[in-house]
Write a protein that binds this ligand. Structure first.
Ligand code: HEM
Length: 437
């Protein structure tokens, strides 16, 4: 059996079985004969990878290389799933405690839904900006650079959840300190590619490392300032005998986190929650703009459910096409192209290969979710493949853009809520025959 098919067999067993233990046993006991070593795993050499990354310029387009080595691809996916143990990194116990605290107010669907009002208020501002852009365009129809507006929308959304305050990203004139923060995030992400890829001895010689650190300083300083300001407000509220609400109040009051952990967690959430949702929304709108029929169908679904009202969580449950559009967008453009695990607890066996304890194993989302065996015509944007009526069966692990298991995306519920609300309101208000840009 090929490694790919072995992977599918494993994943199928995993999906059908009662838990990890049975799934792992299935893999281990169905592998016949001698186990092969990592060195026998087919795939490009280190030199070849360097050639593609550095000389052929794929460093900034790594997803395009993902499909070029199918055998490694299978091993990577299975390994990623296998290594999802309770303590998935050296600092596992500490991380796990922190993560349990974050999960409580982020991942529990009932808790995440409480942010709908906040996100709807931010979405109203987004619609206001879109309308202003449309009115200001020479044709009275164009929207110009929607992607950067969506970036500011996502930043405003997550900041208003975390800090319970607005930071002005959607104001016509973004406040200078917010703009510095936005620029620092962009700069940090750009430089992170070079900082990760280049050896440490190049740091004093090239501009990336210093600039990268300066960006982080700006990001932390901005977050710390907002947290400190909110802490003062909370203290004043407490003195007045008022009850505090909101995510930050929860983190501070839960008693399980040190101030450093609160600063760190908030900065991480703030960063992870911006380009992820905004890029997904940009791609969804791009495809809708190219497909008037899909636009019309979505418009009909949304207006049929909410009429002229602002959608709320119960409405979203009646909008399968809306959800399918986001799923299909994430299948085609999984914002996190690769995520990895180090199996710290034990060796793992995948498709006849032995991966020793400590091996870094990567899950190549981009390639897996464009595999034609799971998704016929994989390059096409076909939201109906996620609807019960138009669905061809596909494996539940064939597209997992939020990762999987206890280390999966902590912001998933908030991300989905934000994207669903924004898309519902944008498409509910846009006349379907108008191209979005
Ligand atoms: C389209 C939206 C998003 C996608 C596709 C996405 C995807 C992911 C993926 C693939 C991971 C790694 C999971 C794993 O290793 O199994 C991750 C981790 C994470 N995400 Fe998201 N994410 C999104 C939005 C958000 C938002 C809105 C937030 C914050 C509110 C967020 C916060 C985080 C954090 C903090 C982690 C690290 C979790 C940990 O290591 O414990 N994400 N995300």
């Amino acid at each position: 059996m090929s490694l790919q098919r072995q992977l599918c067999a494993f994943l199928r067993a995993r999906a059908q079985g009662p838990g990890w233990a049975r799934a792992k046993a299935t893999v281990a006991t169905t592998v016949p004969g001698r186990l092969k070593s990592l060195e026998e795993l087919p795939g490009p050499s280190v030199l070849r990878c360097l050639y593609w990354y550095l000389l052929r310029g794929y460093l900034l387009h790594m997803h395009d290389l993902q499909g070029s080595s199918p055998s490694r691809r299978g091993g990577a996916a299975e390994g990623a799933a296998q290594s999802d143990a309770r303590a998935p990194c050296r600092d596992g116990e500490r991380w796990h405690r922190l993560r349990q605290v974050l999960n409580r107010r982020m991942l529990k669907p009932t808790e995440a839904m409480l942010y709908a009002g906040t996100l709807n208020a931010v979405t109203s501002d987004l619609l206001g900006r879109l309308e202003a852009k449309r009115r200001g365009s020479p044709s009275g129809q164009g929207l110009g650079d929607v992607a950067s507006l969506l970036y500011r929308f996502a930043l405003e959304g997550i900041a208003s959840i975390l800090f319970e305050t607005r930071i002005g990203c959607l104001e016509p004139q973004v406040p200078p300190e917010t703009q510095r923060f936005i620029d620092a995030i962009g700069c940090m992400f750009r430089d992170s590619v070079f900082v990760t890829a280049l050896p440490a001895w190049t740091r004093p010689l090239l501009p990336f490392w210093d600039r990268y650190l300066r960006s982080w300083d700006t990001i932390f300083a901005f977050g710390k300032q907002l947290i400190d300001r909110r802490m003062e407000e909370l203290a004043a509220q407490q003195e007045r005998g008022q009850e505090a609400s909101g995510y930050l109040s929860y983190l501070l009051a839960c008693g399980h986190l040190t101030p450093t952990q609160v600063y760190g967690s908030v900065a991480e959430l703030l960063l992870a929650g911006v380009d992820t949702t905004s890029n997904t929304l940009s791609w969804a709108l791009y495809h809708l703009a190219r497909d008037p029929q899909a636009q019309a169908n979505l418009h009909r679904e949304v207006t049929g459910v909410v009429g002229g009202q602002v959608p709320d969580v119960p409405h979203l449950a009646q909008m399968p096409l809306l959800k399918a559009i986001i799923k299909e967008t994430l299948r085609l453009y999984p914002v996190v192209q690769v995520n990895s695990r180090v199996a710290v607890e034990k060796d793992i066996i995948v498709g006849g290969y032995l991966f020793p304890k400590g091996t870094l194993i990567s899950f190549a989302h981009f390639t897996l979710s464009r595999d034609e065996r799971s998704f016929p015509e994989p390059e096409r944007f076909l939201p109906q493949r996620w609807l019960r009526a138009g669905a061809a069966p596909h494996h539940p692990f064939s597209s997992i853009p939020f990762g999987y298991g206890i280390r999966g995306c902590v912001g998933r519920r908030i991300a989905e809520l934000e994207m669903h609300l924004a898309l519902a309101r944008v498409s509910g208000g846009v006349r379907p025959h108008i191209h979005l840009w």
